[in-house]
Design a protein around this ligand. Structure first.
Ligand code: MUC
Ligand code: MG
Length: 383
């Protein structure tokens, strides 16, 4: 080994970036994102960036920005330093041997490694991930202000700008009756012009979901994400059977590992997987989960953890390599943040996100923006 591609240095920092408006989910509202940004250098001086974003600290799942950074610095970086950069699967094995779980932390490191290798080879990352099959994907926007008038104003503007015509509504914080009424008002106002989906983020039990989901479908909702707790595969299976002719049930929190994917497929518990690079533990494992979906005749959706343009572009690269049975993507994180970390954002044209085709993930990080939002400089400002 010449040392050219040896992994030389790995750094992780936490940034705090405010959102353009409070983003309300079933488990709370967020007013900032705190992505962990990883930079990884190879022996030849080339470097790449990775990102792991959580939603509401450790509210969405077990990992928090502080825990992710600690796992990277204390356990993941030490087992990779000095190793051959091009051996991606070996790097995953080493990280797994050193550290159980911690999928988000591993994904940020693997992302930075793949970006660094692709950049030093002068290739877009999709070339190291099986090759692209598409240049763009329909892009959803999430309506989560909690207010019907504000949600409608956002939706109208995005339709006029030809940016989004798939709208996902985050529900589950209020009573199911209030949620149904909120969604129905939006559905009536957008009828014939947009596709509507809902994400309940595990808030309902099985019987609440059986009672209220048909009313959401009557209102015009066609894709229903994670209505029940992540462990409740049995309820997902019942809902998929009962509602399958009229709408699709999508698993999000329930589907993290390839083994989760197998379990859902065997139980016929959903029609779609929401794929997210962070929860699967990286780009290669996202492809493994997608392979189970394809083999089981389950569709996929390009999910987000509201990453900046670094993590969103990485996700766009792996999504570009996947099969045809998709429901678009929601890589809108950069637009929800007051500012971004890259020189130029990915283009959105004719309701589709365009794949950035330059070297690595095709976006160039602005170091001044990293410094501007770095928690080590700003301190953690309460919001
Ligand atoms: C989730 O559970 O899907 C993604 C988009 C959004 O608005 O919230 C997230 C998390
Ligand atoms: Mg979700």
């Amino acid at each position: 080994m010449t040392g050219r591609f040896r992994i030389e240095r790995i750094e992780a920092r936490i940034l705090d970036i405010p959102t353009i408006r409070p983003h309300r989910l079933s488990f709370g509202a967020i007013s900032r994102q705190s992505p962990v940004i990883v930079q990884l250098w190879l022996g030849n001086g080339a470097s790449g960036f990775g990102e792991a974003a959580t939603i509401g600290g450790p509210s969405w799942n077990e990992e928090s920005p502080e825990g992710i950074r600690h796992a990277i610095e204390a356990y993941l970086a030490p087992v990779l330093l000095g190793q051959e950069g091009g051996c991606f699967s070996d790097a995953l094995d080493r990280m797994d041997a050193a550290c159980k779980g911690n999928a988000f932390a591993k994904s940020a490191v693997e992302m930075a490694l793949i970006d660094a290798m692709a950049r030093t080879l002068g290739l877009p990352a999709w070339q190291l991930l099986g090759g692209k099959r598409r240049q763009s994907l329909p892009l959803a926007w999430t309506l989560a202000s909690g207010d019907v008038a504000r949600d409608l104003e956002e939706a109208q503007l995005r339709l006029e700008q030809r940016r989004h015509r798939i709208f996902k509504m985050k529900i589950g914080a209020r009573s199911p009756e209030d949620d149904v009424s909120h969604v129905a008002q939006i559905a009536r106002a957008l009828e014939g012009r947009a596709t509507l989906t809902v994400d309940i983020n595990q808030a309902w039990d099985g019987s609440t979901a059986r009672r209220h989901l048909p009313r959401l479908i009557d209102a015009g909702v066609s894709l229903i994400e994670q209505p029940v707790a992540k462990w409740n595969v049995e309820a997902l299976a019942v809902l998929s059977t009962e509602l399958g002719a009229r709408a699709c049930i999508m698993a999000d929190e329930t589907v993290c590992t390839p083994q989760d994917a197998m379990r859902l497929a065997r139980a016929k518990a959903c029609h779609v997987f929401s794929l997210k690079v962070a929860k699967h533990g990286g780009l290669l494992r996202t492809r493994e989960v997608a392979a189970v979906a394809e083999a089981a005749d389950i569709g996929w959706y390009g999910g987000t953890m509201l990453e900046t343009s670094i993590g969103s572009a990485a996700a766009a690269h792996v999504f570009s390599t996947l099969g045809k049975q998709h429901h678009g993507c929601e890589l809108f994180g950069p637009q929800l943040l007051v500012d971004d970390l890259v020189v130029q954002r990915m283009e959105i044209r004719d309701f589709e996100l365009q794949l950035p085709d330059g070297p690595g993930f095709g976006v160039d990080v602005d170091p001044a923006q990293l410094d501007r939002f770095d928690r080590a400089r700003t301190g953690l400002v309460p919001v």
